[in-house]
Design a protein around this ligand. Structure first.
Ligand code: AMP
Length: 112
């Protein structure tokens, strides 16, 4: 198992506010939310970032899960944003692939 905070959350070694789980993915609330709804969807498999896997089925699954959670959170009709940060210039801070689900307010575009 990789040694990062999300791997520890997946292993249930540290707590998180989990909103969804299945055999391939886990979703939990971001500890420093940037919107009323800010949830991270992660693969259970150790994958460092979006460029570190060619598993199209898994990548599609993460997006499908994010869309289902958006419905569950009641933000499907108002809208939401899915973000995957990769590398320094994007501000990626945890080396385990994660999809941000952001919504519950009007989001600015372009991002900062
Ligand atoms: P990124 O900048 O794309 O790598 O996003 C990492 C995200 O993980 C940030 O939004 C952090 O607030 C969030 N985060 C870091 N530690 C935790 C944690 N223990 N539980 C939930 N979210 C976390």
């Amino acid at each position: 198992m990789a040694d990062n905070i999300f791997s520890k959350i997946i292993a249930k070694q540290i707590p998180a506010k989990i909103v969804f789980e299945d055999d391939r993915s886990l979703a939990f609330r971001d500890v420093n939310p940037q919107a009323p709804v800010h949830i991270l969807v992660v693969p259970k498999q150790d994958i460092a970032n979006v460029a570190a896997t060619g598993d199209e089925t898994l990548l599609g699954h993460l997006l499908t899960v994010a869309a289902a959670i958006a419905r569950q959170e009641g933000i499907d009709s108002t809208g939401y944003r899915l973000v995957i940060n990769k590398g320094r210039d994007a501000g990626e801070s945890v080396p385990h692939l994660h999809v941000h689900l952001l919504g519950g307010r009007a989001l600015q575009w372009p991002p900062g």
